[in-house]
Design a protein around this ligand. Structure first.
Ligand SMILES: Cc1ncc(COP(=O)(O)O)c(C=O)c1O
Length: 326
């Protein structure tokens, strides 16, 4: 029976005395109830204040930006997902003005987080990324106009670095040196890359190894870039999962393998985790959990850490929309 230290207190490398920002990190590690011997451990990043691991990225990047340049007054980011709420919260607590651009298709739930913390939301047309009105281009223009700090999670090496300095060491400490496999969903690749780099280094120091397994959508090009396969049109209903191309925030040298998961499988796994085991997870976490369970089946002695990027409560209207009431 694997019994990691689920409640270990881990000292964040990003020091803050703000009582709200101190809620970020130290997320619980729980054994997946479907695997009796505790060999699939879920790290619940949904326990962060805005419900995802992006709180860590926003805090790490913005604390460093402010420390490097005391004149930072405004922050801009482009995000239709969890990063937006995270940046809105951290900017609020650091006393920075915050402008967020997103496509007009962004869910009301995500926009709710942005508005709740006082960010200014700029809704852009849902156009191709090469179009000048695309929300990422709009963010660049806005940052210039406002003389603001642009986070740019798609290129900022701070994104994976925060996970290498924080999420990775925290997981490694909680797993008490027993981790043999890491499984993470990939979008920008920041979470996977940073966490993977750290746990590989820590394992090597201990004379062991950890196998790192990234998770991509089927109609996506992270795995295709990794394996040198031709690109396909990018389209997935799983928020946060997959990308159209390789980004510089994807540190492929720290990744051993990338598996693809069908959208329907990701949704089914997330529903099953809630219905059968009371674990409310988002669809990208469903995809990662599916791969973790595959790895467990292939190697029952593996001790797997799987990162739950966010919780299912953000997706009640899509994940559980078709389950009947009666
Ligand atoms: C729900 C969810 N899952 C997975 C990811 C992918 O994380 P990363 O961008 O660090 O690869 C994201 C990123 O936004 C996300 O919001």
């Amino acid at each position: 029976m694997i019994r990691p230290q689920s409640t270990l207190r881990f000292a964040s490398p990003y020091t803050t005395h703000d009582p709200i920002l101190r809620l970020i990190g130290n997320t619980p590690l729980v054994a997946y109830p479907g695997i009796a011997d505790g060999r699939v451990q879920c790290k619940l990043e949904s326990a962060n204040p805005t419900g995802s691991m992006k709180d860590r990225v926003a805090l790490g990047i913005l604390l460093e930006a402010v420390a490097a340049n005391g004149n930072v007054h405004t922050v801009v980011e482009a995000s239709s997902g969890n990063t937006a709420g995270a940046v809105a919260l951290v900017a609020n607590r650091l006393g920075l003005r915050c402008h967020l651009t997103c496509p007009e298709t962004t869910s009301p739930h995500k926009i709710g987080y942005m508005r709740a913390f006082g960010a200014t939301v700029h809704r852009c047309p849902a156009v191709d990324s090469s179009h000048p009105d695309h929300y990422r281009a709009a963010a660049r223009r806005l940052a210039d106009t406002l003389d603001a700090f642009l986070i740019n999670q798609y290129e900022n090496q701070g994104n994976p670095t925060v996970h290498a300095r924080w999420t990775g060491p925290e997981l490694w400490a909680q797993m008490d040196g027993q981790l043999t496999h890491l499984v993470c969903a990939m979008g920008t690749g920041g979470l996977m890359s940073g966490t993977a780099r750290y746990v590989k280094e820590a394992a090597a120091e201990a004379g062991r190894s950890v196998r790192t397994v990234g998770v991509d959508a089927v109609a996506s090009n992270i795995a295709n870039s990794f394996y040198g396969a031709p690109p396909v049109p990018y389209e997935t209903a799983v928020e946060g999962l997959g990308k159209n191309e390789k980004l510089s925030t994807m540190w492929f040298d720290a990744i051993d393998e990338i598996r693809r998961v069908e959208d329907a499988t990701a949704f089914t796994q997330a529903r099953a985790a809630a219905r059968d085991h009371g674990l409310l997870i988002g669809p990208s976490a469903g995809a990662a959990l599916h791969v973790a369970l595959q790895v467990h089946q292939e190697d029952p002695s593996a001790c797997i850490g799987v990162i739950i990027c966010d919780g299912g409560d953000q997706y009640f209207d899509t994940l559980f929309a078709d389950t009947s009431d009666a």
